[in-house]
Design a protein around this ligand. Structure first.
Ligand code: NCD
Ligand code: ZN
Length: 343
């Protein structure tokens, strides 16, 4: 049987949620990934080192006993974040970055940032101490078409930020456009990007072309196919600026199949098999290990994992639904068959 042994991967962008749902999300991520960047967009956002410590303490008991997994905590940037908060985050041994949500652009972003330039002094401190800024790169201007919000954010906010604070370490999260690929490629080594399995696998036709697929609705929204092509090229190019981040973001079925449905796709348990299918389809399986297991760690200045993980070419069927605390979640690709499995 065909198999592929790689350094155990990390997930550089995921949502573990909170409460009883940690009982699903933490094992699902920990079974594949050695480390994961844990997004701070909880109902009560993770805006301080104390909140990050409490959140981490809530996550740790859910790690399966036979599994080594380290949650990498992130601070949520608000108008009230101070240089003192940055110093406290940097001197903690469990916070690895600060997340910028432009206010109102996505799930859990209401407490985010309205005017980025007001926070430049705080971002300058981050650059000084070497703490990365993780960016949800979409314009918060409601007049901008939802399909253009990433491009406009890059032009109007990200480019000026990079010009003003050129040494700030930036991860442009879950990129979805050719413009984002080009911006990151053309930036210095301190600017990287995560790429999700869903933005590699789908475009907006898959979500809206025949019938509306609420379980493919995420933010930033799926784009046209030529953007998908640019992302596939970037992910499989061997360019170390692009690395794995699932943006696994579960919502209970009733929150997705609704007249006002939430954005977010749950991919954690099958994400690596999805990436393997995608890379194989592109004839680039030889590039999977670096994308999934090396480049992210290198970017964050963390050691690469020592353990390995083996993928085998054995079909697996994705269940129609999964437990999600007391509720159910529909995973990405529910009911479909993947060519690869984790041994
Ligand atoms: C995320 C969520 O549900 O928390 N949703 C999503 O569509 N990706 C938030 C985010 O990362 O934008
Ligand atoms: Zn996310």
């Amino acid at each position: 049987m065909k198999s592929l042994t790689i350094t155990r991967p990390d997930d550089w962008h995921c949502h573990l949620r909170e409460g009883d749902r940690l009982g699903t999300t933490v094992p699902d991520t920990a079974r594949t990934f050695a480390r994961a960047i844990v997004m701070p967009n909880l109902n009560d956002p993770v805006t301080s080192v104390d909140k990050a410590r409490n959140y981490r303490d809530a996550i740790l008991p859910h790690i399966p006993i036979d599994t080594a997994f380290t949650p990498l905590m992130i601070l949520y940037l608000t108008a009230h974040t101070s240089k003192t908060d940055i110093d406290a985050a940097q001197s903690s041994d469990f916070i690895y970055g600060v997340k910028l949500y432009p206010a109102g652009v996505t799930t859990g972003s209401a407490a985010g940032v309205r005017k980025l330039t007001s926070l430049y002094p705080v971002l300058e401190r981050m650059a000084e101490v070497g703490l990365p800024l993780l960016i949800h790169g979409e314009s918060r201007d409601p007049a901008i078409d939802v399909f253009d919000r990433e491009r406009v954010f890059i032009e109007k906010e990200l480019a000026p930020l990079c010009e003003t604070i050129p040494t700030l370490k930036i991860v442009l999260e879950h990129i979805t456009t050719k413009e984002a690929v080009d911006f990151v490629s053309d930036s210095g080594p301190n600017v990287g990007a995560t790429i999700t399995p869903h933005h590699l696998l789908y475009n907006r036709n898959d979500m809206l072309g025949h019938s509306i697929k609420p379980h493919l609705f995420c933010l930033p929204i799926l784009k046209r196919s030529h953007h998908q092509t640019a992302l596939l090229e970037a992910a499989t190019s061997g360019n170390s600026k692009f690395f794995l981040g699932t943006d696994s973001a579960p919502h209970a079925i009733n929150k997705k199949e609704s007249s006002c449905g939430c954005a977010g796709i749950y991919s954690a348990p099958y994400a690596l098999a999805f990436y393997a299918d995608i890379f194989e389809h592109e004839n680039k399986l030889d590039k999977l290990q670096a994308f999934a297991s090396h480049y992210g760690a290198d970017f964050y200045g963390l050691p690469r994992n020592q353990e390995t993980l083996t993928l085998i070419k054995q079909e697996q069927r994705i269940p129609d639904s999964l437990a999600f605390g007391a509720k159910q979640v529909i995973p990405m690709g529910a009911g479909q068959t993947l060519a690869w499995s984790i041994q």
